[in-house]
Each structure stands twice: as C-alpha cells, then as structure tokens.
Design a protein around this ligand. Structure first.
Ligand code: NAP
Length: 475
C-alpha cells in the first residue's frame, strides 16, 4: 500500500503512527497510509518555517508569483486525476471533485497575481515635512487547520494568500482526508517552493492541532471547522496573543416566497440542501416557505429529491455521493429520528445497502424554527421545511439562528430581493441561487456564530495574512 509522509523542512518524514485513508463509497478501497505526526513534528516544522521565513518574506514578489503560478498550472493540468482522488477520499461526486480541484488551481493563480499587487499608501502628514507610509508585512509563521469537507479548496484558499504575502505555512489537514493535502505539499515542492516555506503535518487535531495552537513560534492560526473546536481554539489563541481567524458552522436559511419561480426555487433548494451530500457549511438546511406556495413547493421538492440518484461518487450517474464516514452517518440518523420525535413528517433519510455510507436525502416537513433539528447544524443531507405566513415572518425566521454564514431567497419581487439582501444577517446572500456555491475571487465568510476575524478569499484575504505598519518619516 502506498505510504505518504509529512513534509517538514523540505523532507518527507514518517510520523509516529499512520492513518488509513478510506473511500466512503467503498470501505474496502484503501487510498493509502498517511503519516500521523505528533507535537515533536510540529516543533520541527515550526523550526523549519522560522528558518525559512526571512528568505521568503524578503524574496522578490516575482519569486512568490512563480511558485504559486507553478502550483496553479500543475493542479489544473491534473484536475481529472486529483478530482478522482478527492471524490475517493471525501465522497463528493466526480463532477464536484473535479470542480473543487479546478477552484484550487484558480485560487493559486489568483494569489500568484496578488503577490505582485501588494500595495501600500503614501499619505500626506498633517505635520509639515513629515511623510507617512502605510505598508503591509507578513505575519511570520501561520498555522492552517482545515476540515474534511473541502479537502483541496480550503487548504489552498488559506495557503495561497499566506504564501503570496510572504508567510511560511504549517498545514494540518483533517485526519479523515489527508490525500489532497499531501498532493498540495508535493505540488508546491515540485513548483519550487523553498524548503521550510510550506510544511505539512498530518495527524489528529488533539495532538498536532493542539500543539500548533499553543506553540509560541506560530504567529497566527486560520481555522475552518466546527463551532465547538473553533471556539476552543479561538480562546487559546487570544490567551497566547496569536492572530486568529475562524470559519465555522451554519444553519443556512433559504426563503421561498409565494411569487417565486417554482422551477428555480426547487432547483436551488435541492442543490443547496443535498448536493455534496449536504456536507457544506453553506448548505440550505432551513427551507422557509410562505403559505401560498408551500404545498406546491413541498410536492415538487419531494418529487425532485426522491428522484436523486445516491451512489458511488465515481459513478458518473451519481448525483449524491456517500456520507463521509460512519460517525457522520450515525449523527445524521440521530437527527432524522429527532425530527420525527419533534413532530416532523420525514421523507427519506434512510440508509441504503452498499459497500459505503449511503443515505437518501431527508426532508423534515412541518418543521418549526424552534425545533432542535431546525437549530443545530447536522452537516448531512437533511433539510427542514418551515411554513411561514409572509415575507416579514420569513425574514425574521431566517435571522432567528445563532449562525450567519449564507442566506438565500427565491422571489421574482425586486422589492423583497433588495430588502432581504440588506437585512439578512449573513456574510453571503443569494438571490434565486443556492446558498452554497461561491466564486473564488471575492470575500467568503459569515457573521454571528459562524465566523470570527477577517474574510477569507479574494483580495480581502490580505487583512488576515498581513500586518499593517504605519511609518512616519522626516527626511
Ligand atoms: P472539526 O471537527 O472542528 O475539525 C476541524 C479541524 O480541527 C480538523 O483538522 C481537526 O482535526 C482539528 N481539530 C480538532 N480538535 C482540535 C484541537 N483541539 N486543536 C486544534 N485542532 C483541532 O470540523 P470537521 O468535522 O472537520 O468539519 C465540519 C465542520 O466544518 C462543520 O461544522 C462545517 O460547517 C465547518 N465548515 C465551515 C466552513 C466555513 O468556511 N465556514 C467550511 C467548511 C466546513 P481532526 O482531523 O483530528 O478531526
């Protein structure tokens, strides 16, 4: 079986242990054996990164551009093969896997350009004879901790800006999906990234992740994952004086108004709720539907959902791949049972026979917004359908959540679309589009319990990955 090691200071090193990377579509298919590091591996990576930092921070932006552009070209040239790996290890369909790989390549390309565009300001001082310069500097060594559900896009959307702006990186991917992260490390090395500038330490959050958060040689942590882990990490980083950015969960509302185009609404809800097996932080897990269209919408939603083909992620006919592992499947099934106990009429949600973790998408009809199944993030193919009287009730219900990542509305009314866009308490708003599915060159992130710190992606990413320095000069 192929063995994959950590990348520390430019060398491939074994860990203290290994993890089997298992295909959730077919648990007999083992992708490889991946190293698990420990606290000592993090210490070694920090030392390598600190040694490499002055050279990388001081390098010409052309050097940084060329490494990132090299990574972009390599990823895009291998999109089919890497997309297949992604679908094998995470379980999203092959089309979704290839799409995510392309996005990773495009992100590297975008930040290759950003490396050349890092500008500052020269400002006139209020004091005669003084010049004021506002410039950006890299933070130093940045620790990246990532989840399993976007195993190539999320590591890349953190690593690319970190590197573009002159930081050195230590990446700890999810223990469940190390395959794509290993490929990123290998591709960056091949693209000429100097030793120690990008380090990969695979392993468990409780050992590798915890050491990264506490290590005094790491200047900042960018985390994506669950609220529980994120909040704990956030507190520790504050105490240690580290800069921290956290992207966490969602319980994203999709409002469907009486005047919506039914085809558009059903299409957006099926995509937003169930594609990628509902394992997206931006998934539409609360479908909030006004009275006049509710019954027709529910009939169409039930029919469209029942027609979805669930199966092996690599089968081109599959529309919904497997759940990522047994633990997540058990959690989904607990919520299906809970929704029933809470009084919902549940359609779907049952497991399917097969060599993987297959589950039919579930609709919780007759839900209210106060039910636990409507308030807690499930992170599976489950959506509550909540009936409301009118637009005002829909908006209030949409905002009645601890989360604030993405919010959508399906309507043909410009008035309601504009009002919702302004008043939805979310970082991203979608009109007649699924709540999930975003561009790679504009800011991504939420508010309330979903996010903390500056936005990721697009040129806004520099807010996290750089310090601002204001200099006063009397020539
Ligand atoms: P998770 O359990 O919180 O894990 C995220 C990462 O944190 C993993 O690499 C994990 O390591 C690590 N970790 C766990 N405990 C740690 C600790 N004590 N110290 C440092 N690191 C630690 O989340 P997940 O189940 O992988 O991902 C699903 C969650 O991510 C959902 O809530 C979803 O909404 C959220 N998500 C948010 C966004 C967004 O941008 N807002 C995007 C995607 C996903 P292990 O590998 O050992 O678990």
């Amino acid at each position: 079986m192929a063995a994959f090691h950590n990348l520390i200071g430019g060398e491939w090193l074994a860990g203290i242990d290994t993890a089997l990377n298992i295909n959730p579509s077919d648990t007999a298919d083992i992708i490889g054996q991946y190293a698990r590091g420990d606290a000592a591996a993090v210490d070694a990576a920090v030392q390598a990164a600190r040694t490499a930092f002055p050279g990388w921070a001081g390098a010409s932006p052309q050097v940084r551009h060329d490494v990132l552009e090299g990574a972009a070209a390599r990823i895009l040239a291998r999109k089919d093969e890497l997309g297949r790996l992604l679908s094998r290890e995470e379980g999203k369909t092959l089309a979704e896997g290839i799409g995510e790989v392309m996005r990773a390549g495009q992100i590297f390309r975008f930040f290759a350009g950003e490396a050349l565009r890092l500008t500052g300001d020269a400002v006139q001082s209020v004091r005669p004879g003084v010049e004021v310069l506002v410039e950006r500097e890299p933070l130093g060594v940045v620790g990246l901790i990532t989840p399993w559900n976007f195993p190539i896009a999320i590591p890349v959307w953190k690593a690319a800006p970190a590197l573009a702006y002159g930081n050195c990186v230590i990446l700890k991917p999810a223990d469940l999906t190390p395959g794509c992260a290993w490929e990123i490390a290998s591709i960056l090395k091949d693209a000429g990234c100097p030793d120690g500038v990008f380090n990969l330490v695979m392993g468990r959050g409780s050992t590798v992740g915890a050491r990264m958060v506490e290590h005094p040689g790491i200047d900042a942590i960018s985390f994506t994952g669950s609220v529980a882990t994120g909040r704990r990490i956030g507190v520790q980083c504050m105490e240690a004086g580290k800069k921290v950015q956290m992207e966490m969960g969602g319980k994203n509302p999709m409002v469907v108004l009486d005047d919506a185009d039914l085809d558009v609404a059903v299409g957006a809800c099926v995509n937003g709720a169930f594609f990628s097996t509902g394992q997206r932080c931006t998934a539409s897990s609360r479908l909030i539907v006004t009275d006049g269209i509710h019954d027709a919408f529910l009939d169409r939603l039930n029919a469209a959902t029942a027609a979805l083909r669930v199966g092996d992620a690599l089968d081109p006919a599959t529309q919904i791949g497997p759940v990522v592992d047994q633990g997540q499947l058990d959690q989904n099934l607990r919520y299906v049972a809970l929704a029933r106990e809470e009084g919902c009429e549940v359609r779907g949600g049952e497991t399917l026979d097969g060599p993987g973790y297959f589950q039919r998408p579930a609709i919780f009809a007759g839900a209210t917004n106060s039910m636990r199944s409507s308030r807690e993030e499930i992170f599976g193919p489950c959506a509550s359908v909540i009936r409301v009287a009118d637009y005002d009730a829909a908006l209030a219900t949409a905002n009645d959540t601890e989360f604030g990542l993405s919010a959508g509305i399906c309507t043909t009314s410009l008035k309601h679309a504009s009002h919702f866009r302004r008043h939805a308490q979310a970082g991203m708003v979608m009109v007649n589009l699924p709540t999930a599915g975003v561009d790679y060159h504009v800011p991504f992130g939420g508010r309330k319990g979903s996010s903390h710190g500056p936005r990721e992606q697009g040129s806004h990413a520099r807010e996290f990955y750089t310090h601002v320095k204001t200099s006063y000069v009397a020539p």
